[in-house]
Design a protein around this ligand. Structure first.
Ligand code: TYM
Length: 347
């Protein structure tokens, strides 16, 4: 067994508004990992262009996601914050891994089926191979831990399969170059806590998402306090009060979702939220949830606005991050090429 330097990698697409699901499922969980790991956090713009984007809005969204990373508390000096397309190694590693991944594996990806919808013939080829680029993002840093929401689990499993197939197919070369039995790690998905799958505020059976046509379905990171309170007041619930035990949330997806959101925002377990609010009506719980959401999100929104007003600073952070990311990723691509028998471009 090869041992790999622990490294965290994750990414967020610059598409539409960042919402509470992105915050609780990903961003908020990226922050504490900085204490225990070296972390690399990416704005994945090459993934964004797998579907149509307005170029002007895309540029703004790249800066906005960067601002969200910084506003949430990620330190771009101690760790790396960068934009995917500014580091060539991602596209190059993506191609190498396209030649490892199997059609059958990609055909099973549920997110492609959801995103392509009925008109599969008209989807971009990039949307189909999206998961191999995601595997490349992770493996080009030989990252060992990947914090994501539940919806990315299948892509992480594919990443592990791709790494295993590469290691297996080229075992003799990998050994010959002195890497032992494996060159690529099996990255571990970090999908933990009460907020791995935040649901729509309008329909507890649907994931909270950037693409939902109803803005009332989600809380955007940049919503003001009144909007947050209004959306929580209007959130769908059932007529019963809150139960005292977790079992009482079964079959009540909307109630379960709101309790999960409270727990994640307060950094508590769902049971501890029920210990406090069990027996109360939503008319009492919703204002408490709104107050908590505003308390946690308003400072982030304020800082994002301040940072967005200074695009020069954001671009400088990204340029610095890209240089440091490339310093890790370029030698990995060079070694991958050597393993594959391609002529080295190592400088
Ligand atoms: P994206 O941009 O759709 O979402 C960014 C992160 O937010 C999480 N998330 C949620 N978590 C909980 N509840 C929700 N309703 C919710 N909606 C989104 C996602 O799970 C994700 O962690 N393919 C990825 C981006 C990516 C990536 C990577 C991630 C590209 N390369 C490499 C990790 C490692 C995506 O589209 O995330």
């Amino acid at each position: 067994m090869t041992t790999f330097e622990p490294l965290v990698f994750s990414g967020i697409q610059p598409t539409g508004n960042l919402h509470l699901g992105n915050y609780l499922g990903a961003l908020a969980r990226f922050v504490p990992l900085q204490d225990a790991f070296n972390c690399v956090y990416c704005v994945v713009d090459l993934h964004a262009i797998t579907v149509a984007q307005d170029p002007v809005e895309l540029t703004g969204a790249i800066r906005e996601v960067t601002a969200a990373y910084l506003a949430a508390g990620i330190d771009p000096r101690a760790h790396i914050v960068f934009n995917q397309s500014q580091v060539h190694a991602h596209a190059e590693m993506g191609w190498l891994l396209n030649c490892v991944a199997r059609m059958g594996w990609l055909n099973r990806m549920t997110q492609f089926k959801e995103k392509a919808g009925k008109d599969k013939e008209n989807a971009s080829v990039g949307l189909f191979t999206y998961p191999t680029l995601m595997a490349a993002d992770i493996l080009v840093y030989r990252a060992t831990h990947v914090p994501v929401g539940e919806d990315q689990k299948q892509h992480l499993e594919l990443t592990r399969d791709i790494a295993a197939k590469f290691n297996n197919d080229y075992a003799a070369r990998i050994d010959g170059l002195g890497f032992g039995t494996e060159y690529l790690p099996q990255p571990e998905p970090l999908i933990q806590g009460p907020a791995t799958r935040i649901m729509s505020l309008r329909d507890g059976s649907k994931k909270m998402s950037k693409s939902d046509p109803s803005d009332y379905s989600r809380i955007n990171l940049i919503d003001d306090a009144d909007t947050i309170a209004l959306k929580i007041r209007k959130a769908k619930t059932d007529p019963e009060g809150l139960p005292g035990e977790l079992k009482g949330l079964e079959g009540r997806p909307e109630a379960d979702n709101l309790v999960g959101i409270y727990a994640a925002l307060a950094d508590r377990t769902k049971q501890s939220v029920l210990d406090e609010f069990g027996g109360q009506q939503f008319s009492a719980f919703k204002p408490a949830l709104a107050d908590l959401a505003v308390e946690k999100l308003a400072p982030i929104a304020g800082e994002m606005r301040r940072l967005k007003a200074d695009p020069g600073y954001i671009d400088a952070v990204l340029a610095d991050g890209a240089g440091r990311a490339a310093a890790i990723a370029d030698p990995v691509v060079a070694t991958m090429k050597e393993i594959l028998g391609l002529l080295s471009t190592r400088r």
